[in-house]
Design a protein around this ligand. Structure first.
Ligand SMILES: Nc1ncnc2c1ncn2[C@@H]1O[C@H](COP(=O)(O)OP(=O)(O)OP(=O)(O)O)[C@@H](O)[C@H]1O
Ligand SMILES: O=C(O)c1ccc[n+]([C@@H]2O[C@H](COP(=O)([O-])O)[C@@H](O)[C@H]2O)c1
Length: 205
């Protein structure tokens, strides 16, 4: 029996999935992913920027390429973190059911762990094919300041709730700060501050 096998077969890789619009990515996202990776012994966390986030259609979302590049910049220094273009390249509105089906097909040696903040978890029953989501991945809901973390109404055993270091940061607040000319240093990674400046993002937000 090889090093990566058990009496019942090969040990599966544990792949975390952090989906988000990341407009921009901030330290709240990064701390949540890092903490869950440690608590759940994940081998890797793949960040998946949305293509078209259909539940955010009430506001203009920045171009997918800018959100993708900011996510790459923010995660580049962590060997456990990677970024996937699958939701961007699929085109059309992004549904997590497609994200998970595609990631399963690409990683048939892995168990998937989908990471969501308390606010996103509270909306999950409004997502497309909500019931099927839980057969494709284990969901991990993380605490987020200003939101109640609960698994009410969600399938038993399908969700774990965990406390992560509280960072009261949101992309909405980061965009508003840039629009007002206020700093976002230390709310987002340094390279993301520079990228926002270079591309003149959020100036008129
Ligand atoms: N500060 C935070 N702490 C924990 N989880 C977070 C935090 N910020 C975002 N998340 C989670 O990260 C995922 C992606 O979030 P998203 O990209 O929508 O960021 P956001 O800050 O909520 O953006 P916006 O303010 O534009 O709605 C969601 O599951 C969300 O709940
Ligand atoms: O599948 C859906 O219908 C669905 C609806 C809203 C949000 N999501 C996913 O939830 C994650 C966080 O989304 P957001 O919009 O809060 O950045 C991201 O991976 C989205 O694709 C998924």
């Amino acid at each position: 029996m090889g090093e990566h096998e058990t009496p019942t077969g090969p040990v599966k890789r544990r792949l975390g999935v952090m989906g988000g619009t990341f407009d921009p990515i901030h330290h709240g996202h990064l701390v949540a992913a890092s903490e869950v990776a440690s608590l759940f012994h994940l081998d890797e966390v793949v960040f998946v920027p949305t293509g078209e986030p259909w539940q955010k259609s009430q506001r203009a979302v920045s171009p997918a390429e800018d959100r993708y590049l900011m996510t790459v910049i923010a995660t580049a220094s962590n060997p456990q973190f990677s970024v996937s273009r699958i939701d961007i390249d699929r085109g059309g509105p992004t549904y997590t059911i497609d994200t998970l089906r595609d990631l399963k097909a690409l990683n048939d040696d892995a168990d998937l762990f989908f990471i969501t903040g308390a606010d996103a978890l509270a909306q999950i029953l409004t997502w497309r094919n909500a019931e099927e989501l839980f057969s494709l991945a284990h969901f991990i809901g993380v605490t987020r300041p200003g939101h109640v973390l609960t698994d009410d109404g969600l399938p038993e055993g399908g969700v774990s709730l965990v406390e992560v270091p509280a960072l009261a940061i949101s992309s909405t607040d980061c965009r508003a700060r840039v629009a007002e000319g206020d700093p976002v240093w230390y709310l987002v990674p340094d390279g993301v501050v520079r990228y926002i400046d270079k591309r003149e993002l959020y100036r008129g937000a």
